[in-house]
Design a protein around this ligand. Sequence first.
Ligand SMILES: [Zn+2]
Length: 277
Amino acid sequence: MSRYYECLPHFVAIMENYEPAMHMKCKSAAEYRIWKKKARKKLYSLLGLDRMTWCEPEPELLSSEKMDGYTREKWTIKTEPDVLMTFYRLVPDGIADGEKRPAVIASHGHGSCGKEAVAGNGFFPELAEAIRVHNYDYGVQAVRKGTIVFCPDARGFGERREINVQGDHAGARLSSSCYYLNFMALPLGQCVTGMWVWDLMRLTDYIEAQPDVNPGKIGCIGLSGGGLQTLYFTAMEDRIAYAACSGYFYGFKQSLLEMYNCSCNYIPPHVGEFRRR
Ligand SMILES: [Zn+2]
């Protein structure tokens, strides 16, 4: 073929001719508070959070391993009635009886085998290389500073991969089913970013109840897709005292029209309409 009749210029023109309807243009703290309330309400609906189902977390400890300077525990909690979230809890050595430590949620991006890269668990060569190249073990770096660290698998990653990318070869382990989950979720009024935000909210419920955590000092950090999770989660959540969003803070134009990023990088403006029975 000597020519391709692409749609990209059409989408670029749309982006250039429109601006976000809820652009933040506040000039005072009071205006900002009003804007924030409206923007959160809208985002809550667009993320599909009003279509999620709360349930008791029923935490379960699956394993506990002594590491160099900390203990790595693997847990599950229920975040919806049929949804289990796997995560590591990294606990620094030397916590005294009754002492409360700051905590941080360390979320991961693509190519991480879910929580494993963040927890520094490079158990096959390709993952060890990804940890080295991207400085991906920020969960371990945080626990070595004395913080209790929670490294969750986001839905579609690591031990939460769907059937399309399950398997133990390196390509499958480093892959994810976020786009596949989005296809399943969108017609049902949900999206993958919303599911991630919901799960991090439920993880925060769990963290706040931990006897060794200072509930006023819970943070959230993440690289790339972990930065995406950090951004949307902390935009919706007042219980997080600090956030570090790395390698993600860009707009939809750069993300979707210039970089061809994964479908988990957008929030759909309209989602399927469903009423609860
Ligand atoms: Zn994705």
